[in-house]
Design a protein around this ligand. Structure first.
Ligand code: B12
Ligand code: SF4
Ligand code: SF4
Length: 330
C-alpha cells in the first residue's frame, strides 16, 4: 500500500483530514527535547505515523451553554478512534504491524503526566494538516481548531507530507482566542496550562486530588457536606460520560475565525466576544509589539517556529473568506 491508498482508506472510513509524517522526522524534532514525545521512545520499528483528524460539528458551538459541545467532543473522539483502529487493523492484515495510542491519555513519565506519549498537534503539523495558533491549538485551513486528532503508528514506510510553511493563524492582530479565554490562559503562542485546566478540566485530575486532600482533613460534618456537593456530582457525571474530566471549555475553539465551518456557521453567532476586556486587548497589543520588536519569547523561538509557520501569516483567512463568498454567489 502507498500513502495515497492509505489516505483514501482513512477518508472512506470517515476521516475528515489525513496526512502522513515520517517517524525519522518526528524523532529528530520532538516538541520539547527535554521530554521527548517521539515514536522511537514507544517502538524502535515505527517508520511512519498516519495522522487522522475528525471535525467537531459547528452546531455545537452555537448553543447557549457548553454542554452540547462537551458531549459532541466525546462522540467525535470515539469516531476518530474507530477510524484509526480500522486503518491500523487493515494495515496489519496487509502485513505491516500497526497500532494507535490513546488520544487523550498522558504519560506519568513525561512532565508528571501533563504530556501525551506523542503530541498529536505536532504530529498534525508534521503531516501537513495545519499550524499552531496563538493559543497553541493546531489550526487547519478547513476547520480551524475545531478538530480532534490522533496518530496510527506503522512499520510500513510511507511517503510523508510536508509541513505548511505559511502561518495559518492570523496572529496578534486577531487575538480572539485570548479575548475569549475565561481564565486568561492564552500566552504568546503558548498556554498557561494550570489556568486553562481550571476551565477545560473542571472535574479533572487536579480537582479530584484537591477534593480528597480537603476530605481527609475535614471533620465529620465537613465530610458529610462534601459527599453531597456539586464536585461529587461532577465526578459522577465524568464517570458516566467522561464530560467534566476534560474537554469542558470550548471558547478558544468557538471564536477562531479560521475555517470554512466558521464562515458558514459561526461568524454571526461568535462575532461578539462577551469575555473581552481592556486588559486582554492590551495583552494582545503587547504581544504584537514584542513580535515587531523581534522579542516574542519562547512560543516563537527558533525551535518552536517550525510548528507555527516560519513564513508568518500571509492572508490565508482573507483568501478563504473570498473563496467562500465567491462559492456562495455561484
Ligand atoms: C494534556 C492536555 C491538555 C491539558 C494540559 C494539562 C496540563 N496540566 O499540562 C489542558 C487541560 C491544558 C488541555 C486543554 C485543552 N485541550 Co488538550 N490535550 C492534552 C493532551 C492529552 C496532551 C498535550 C501534550 O502532550 N502537549 C505536548 C506539548 C509539547 O505541548 P505544549 O506543552 O503546548 O508545548 C508547546 C508550546 O506550548 C510551547 N511551549 C512549551 N512550553 C512553553 C513555555 C512558554 C513560556 C511558552 C511561551 C511556550 C511554551 O512549545 C511547545 C512546543 O511547540 C493532548 C493530546 C495529545 N496526546 O497531544 C490534548 C489536546 C492538545 N487537547 C485538545 C483540546 C481540543 C483541548 C482544549 C480545547 C479543551 C477541549 N475543549 O478539549 C484545551 C485547549 C487549550 C489550548 N489552547 O491549548 C486537542 C487539540 C486540538 C487542536 N485543535 O489543537 C488535543 C490534541 C487532543 C486530541 N487528541 O485531539 N489539554
Ligand atoms: S480551553 Fe478555555 S480556558 Fe483553555 S485556553 Fe481555550 S478558552 Fe482558555
Ligand atoms: S483566534 Fe485568531 S489569534 Fe487565536 S488562534 Fe485563531 S486566528 Fe490565531
Amino acid at each position: 500500500m502507498d500513502a495515497a491508498q492509505v489516505k483514501q482508506l482513512a477518508k472512506d472510513l470517515g476521516a475528515d483530514l489525513v496526512g502522513v509524517a515520517s517517524a525519522a522526522t518526528l524523532n529528530a524534532h520532538p516538541p520539547d527535547p527535554k521530554w521527548p514525545q517521539t515514536p522511537e521512545r514507544i517502538s524502535p520499528y515505527v517508520k511512519s505515523v498516519i495522522v487522522v483528524a475528525q471535525r467537531i460539528p459547528a452546531g455545537a458551538f452555537r448553543c447557549r451553554s457548553y454542554v452540547p459541545v462537551q458531549y459532541m467532543d466525546m462522540l467525535v473522539l470515539r469516531k476518530m478512534d474507530r477510524v484509526a483502529y480500522q486503518v491500523a487493523d487493515t494495515l496489519e492484515r496487509a502485513g505491516h504491524p500497526s497500532f494507535i495510542l490513546a488520544a487523550q491519555e498522558t504519560d506519568w513519565a513525561l512532565k508528571r503526566a501533563s504530556y501525551g506519549r506523542l503530541s498529536t498537534r505536532h504530529l498534525g503539523v508534521e503531516a501537513g494538516l495545519g499550524t499552531l495558533g496563538l493559543d497553541v491549538n493546531i489550526l487547519t485551513p478547513e476547520f480551524g481548531p475545531r478538530i480532534y486528532l490522533t496518530g496510527i503508528l506503522t512499520e510500513l514506510s510511507l511517503e510523508p507530507d510536508h509541513p505548511m510553511t505559511e502561518q495559518v493563524c492570523i496572529g496578534e492582530t486577531c487575538s480572539r482566542c485570548l479575548h475569549s479565554c475565561p481564565t486568561d490562559a492564552v500566552l504568546h503562542f503558548g498556554l498557561d496550562k494550570r489556568d486553562c485546566a481550571r476551565a477545560a478540566q473542571e472535574f479533572g485530575f487536579s480537582t479530584i486530588l484537591q477534593f480528597f486532600e480537603q476530605f481527609v482533613a475535614a471533620d465529620r460534618a465537613g465530610k458529610s457536606a462534601m459527599m453531597s456537593s456539586r464536585d461529587m456530582f461532577g465526578f459522577w457525571q465524568g464517570l458516566l460520560r467522561v464530560v467534566g474530566s476534560f474537554g469542558d471549555c470550548p471558547r478558544c475553539l468557538a471564536v477562531c475565525p479560521v475555517g470554512f465551518d466558521y464562515h458558514a456557521h459561526l461568524a454571526d453567532h461568535q462575532r461578539t466576544i462577551p469575555e473581552k476586556t481592556a486588559e486582554k486587548v492590551a495583552k494582545g497589543r503587547a504581544y504584537l509589539d514584542a513580535r515587531r520588536n523581534g522579542s516574542p519569547g519562547d512560543g516563537l523561538n527558533s525551535w518552536n517556529v517550525r510548528w507555527v509557520g516560519p513564513e508568518g501569516y500571509q492572508g490565508l483567512v482573507a483568501r478563504q473568506l473570498q473563496a467562500f463568498r465567491d462559492a456562495k454567489k455561484r
